[in-house]
Design a protein around this ligand. Sequence first.
Ligand SMILES: [Zn+2]
Length: 263
Amino acid sequence: MPEGPEIRRAADSLEAAVKGQPLTEAWFAFPQLQRYSASLLGERIDAIETRGKALLTHFSNGLTLYSHNQLYGVWRVVDAGETPQSSRVLRVKLQTAEKAILLYSASDIEMLTVDELAQHPFLLRVGPDVLDMTLTAQEVKERLLSRRFCRRQFSGLLLDQAFLAGLGNYLRVEILWHTGLAPSHKAAEISEPQLDALAHALLGIPRLSYQTRGKVNEKKHHGALFRFKVFHRAGKKCERCGGIIEKTTLSSRPFYWCPGCQK
Ligand SMILES: [Zn+2]
């Protein structure tokens, strides 16, 4: 299951392929979307925004294509005119002179005006996205301390897209290890320095993952690379305290942690 950093990187590659280029074809499988095909010709994709697992493709005519991949949807980049062999069902094709982006298998696809975008039920439900670079640690801290979230255990809170969008299971366990917090804690019961550390990690760790995960050449990289400290490391030694990392299940998902130093 991809998490925010992987989804944002996928959106980056879609943007790199088609952003700013006039559309030469806009094709939609669903009948209710087909009326947009003609009016999108010559328009451009201004930006591809991510909100949790939703992708918002913003066009220069003010419309936005909302797509949520659920479990099966997948976007691909191809050369213009290329139709790849696939057992998946094509739902959307947005083509420019050079490249095309194709959406397969997703069923949750809508075209929205600015007003409809502001009223969309899924988007109203999800919290701010951790990879929205305008979101600050101070705002995250206020959210942690808000009446709505301050009495929720971190194990469940960090998976709730209504709290913050873009977090998933590997980020949940890594953030709690980095801040030395046990998963049963709640924002209402931890110290001010712990709150500050958590608010910073909730943004810093997903952003480090987005920028560096999968990169291996440390010499070319200045600063830290993202590496798993506890995720998929059950039975191994904790690099901070030497304790043994344990695996359990919390909020129906595998949970990894070090009982030696996560208090
Ligand atoms: Zn430890």
